[in-house]
Ligand binder design. Structure first.
Ligand code: FAD
Length: 373
């Protein structure tokens, strides 16, 4: 760390930064979610929102970031940044943080974000809250979040503390103790306050072409030599099978342990229903743990967080860890043979019955409706 950098000098830090993750020159959709959320935080603080974009020849992506709300993008081009390496990206990012001193630094909780953020936090001597599902600066907004999401009586709660100013710190909320409670964490004594945020939990803003055109692109001076990087990427090999895109899907038909009496038949029915609705198949962790379906299909706290237009839950009980990943879906349809299953508390439409009887009827009526058009 350079001599003139002091992570405890809180007053020296300004602006909200987002690490912008691109792969092969394509921005990840989580980055746009973070830029959108970062815009809200920057507006609450009255500061600038900046993206940091390492890569090789990636200037063209800066406008896209502007369209989702970035005021400024620091673009760092180098052949050494073409592929992600922990050493190379951490050096460039930490050098920039030391030079410009942002007060908040956000990463997507992707494989890269989960690798890079803790390395940077340790090097910058600051705190990191991993896997956040909600962020706030504004205290009234945070109280409203507690009222709305957890039905807490915030009028009777005190947010004052002798240890720190609750209204000035980033409040980072994440599930704790296996999802049985939510914890809000602050980083009151060090800057930047750093967080990784789960893909899919923050809403993407509407793209603004005017803002895209006016984004400021900065090419900061940085030094990076081959000796700074202890690994060499020889080849990038993509996974052989195509992974399911749950986060980008408009319709998800998920299966749970309720398919156990005929796993193959249950998966086939879910696949057919998903196909009729133009969607993809998701699953509860019980199905993934049983080896009935791949882990990329898992929805929930330790799987993907999704918010499709339609989420169909077939034979899923609705454990809190599953609901954490799908409860913000626009319309939830649940089929369960137990009328007291908790999934019905989250559902907009509930069907009590055996899925092996109900799903063929659903498929049949969708086909009939399509044919009648
Ligand atoms: P069950 O709870 O066994 O429910 C099966 C349901 O199917 C029942 O409600 C039953 O009435 C119904 N059913 C049975 N037969 C039929 C039929 N023929 N027709 C219709 N309905 C039928 N879970 C996740 O899903 N995602 C996660 O990310 C996740 N993360 C976790 C993290 C931690 C730290 C922990 C401790 C747990 C996590 N879990 C997660 C597991 C979670 O607690 C539940 O165990 C799991 O979601 C249960 O899956 P299920 O609903 O498929 O199975």
């Amino acid at each position: 760390m350079s001599a003139n950098y002091n992570s405890t000098d809180l007053g020296a830090f300004h602006n909200v930064w987002v690490f912008c993750e691109q792969r092969g020159g394509v921005m990840t959709s989580t980055t746009f979610e973070l830029i959108s959320e970062g815009r809200r935080l920057a507006d609450e603080l009255g500061v600038e929102l900046c993206g940091v974009l390492p890569g090789d020849g990636v200037d063209g992506l800066a406008k896209e970031l502007g369209g989702y709300g970035a005021d400024k993008v620091y673009v760092c081009n180098s052949p050494l940044l073409r592929y992600y390496t922990t050493d190379g990206y951490a050096k460039v990012l930490c050098d920039l943080v030391e030079a410009y001193k942002p007060e908040i630094l956000l990463f997507g909780a992707s494989n890269i974000g989960r690798d890079l953020a803790p390395r940077c936090a340790a090097r910058l001597h600051t705190g990191l809250c991993a896997d956040c599902t909600h962020l706030d600066v504004d205290l009234d907004g945070y109280a409203e979040f507690l009222r709305k999401e957890f039905r807490l009586d915030t009028d009777g709660m005190s947010f004052t503390s002798n240890l720190f100013d609750a209204s000035a710190n980033l409040k980072m909320t994440r599930p704790a103790f296996g999802g049985h409670l939510m914890a809000t964490i602050v980083c009151p004594r060090f800057r930047p306050a750093m967080a990784t945020v789960r893909p899919g939990v923050m809403k993407k803003r509407t793209y603004d072409a005017g803002k895209a055109a006016s984004v400021e692109v900065v090419h900061p001076a940085f030094s990076l030599a081959a000796q700074d990087i202890q690994t060499e990427v020889l080849e990038v090999v993509k996974a052989a099978g195509k992974l399911v895109d749950l986060i980008g899907a408009d319709v998800i038909v998920s299966v749970g342990r309720g398919i156990s009496k005929d796993v193959e038949g249950g998966l086939k029915l879910a696949g057919e229903l998903a196909e009729e609705l133009g969607g993809v198949v998701g699953a509860s962790r019980a199905c993934v743990d049983a080896g009935w379906i791949g882990a990329d299909h898992q929805v929930g706290q330790t799987g993907k967080t999704v918010r499709p237009k339609v989420y169909v839950a077939l034979g899923i009980s609705g454990a809190i860890q599953h609901r954490a990943g799908m409860q913000d879906s626009e319309c939830i349809v649940a089929v369960n043979k137990n009328e007291t299953a908790p999934i019905f508390e989250a559902a907009d439409y509930g069907i009590v019955g055996d899925l092996f009887h109900i799903v063929p009827l659903m498929i049949e009526s969708i086909r009939a409706a399509k044919a009648a058009k």
